[in-house]
Design a protein around this ligand. Structure first.
Ligand code: AMP
Length: 147
């Protein structure tokens, strides 16, 4: 009997995601589940456009090229994992908030993501994995990333 029907893999696309991707793939196969992908583009405009230095346009251009690049990378990963377009989510906003929303909207039963196993100051400041774990509506598998 398979427990998980819809598995969501959260990817940052610019780090080392290999181990997390492999784990999500094997969980999907073992459960005969549907795999979804999510990447969230966090806004940088709000932090820099209102600082009086007139960087607004440059920051917006940078943000738009980041978005384009991440969409391209997400599509490549989706092609590699054979995930159809409607299960490939490229969103804009705060990481944890958008991941929580996507889990609810798509009735996800397992979220797979990475963790660097932060300690000390990093742990106090909070990681994406920490923020997502608090308030998650589904099971979360955090894959320890070995640097
Ligand atoms: P971090 O806490 O930033 O080291 O990220 C830990 C994990 O959170 C990553 O391995 C991804 O699974 C997930 N993650 C981080 N950033 C994003 C993002 N922008 N969009 C989707 N998932 C992310």
């Amino acid at each position: 009997m398979s427990d998980y029907k819809r598995i969501l893999l959260a990817v940052d696309l610019f780090g080392d995601g290999g181990q997390i991707i492999e784990r999500a793939k094997s969980m999907t196969e073992a459960n005969n589940a549907d795999l979804y992908l999510i990447h969230v583009n966090e806004p940088i405009t709000a932090a820099y456009s209102g600082n009086g230095l007139g960087w607004g346009d440059q920051v917006m251009a940078l943000e738009s090229s980041f978005r384009e690049e991440s969409r391209k990378k997400l599509n490549e990963l989706a092609g590699h994992l054979k995930v159809p377009d409607d299960r490939c989510l490229s969103l804009h906003g705060r990481g944890a908030t958008e991941i929580h929303r996507a889990c609810e909207e798509h009735d996800i039963d397992l979220l797979v993501m990475g963790t660097h196993g932060q300690a000390g100051l990093q742990l106090l400041l909070g990681s994406t994995a920490n923020s997502v774990l608090h308030g998650s509506s589904c099971d979360v598998l955090t894959v320890r990333i070995r640097d």
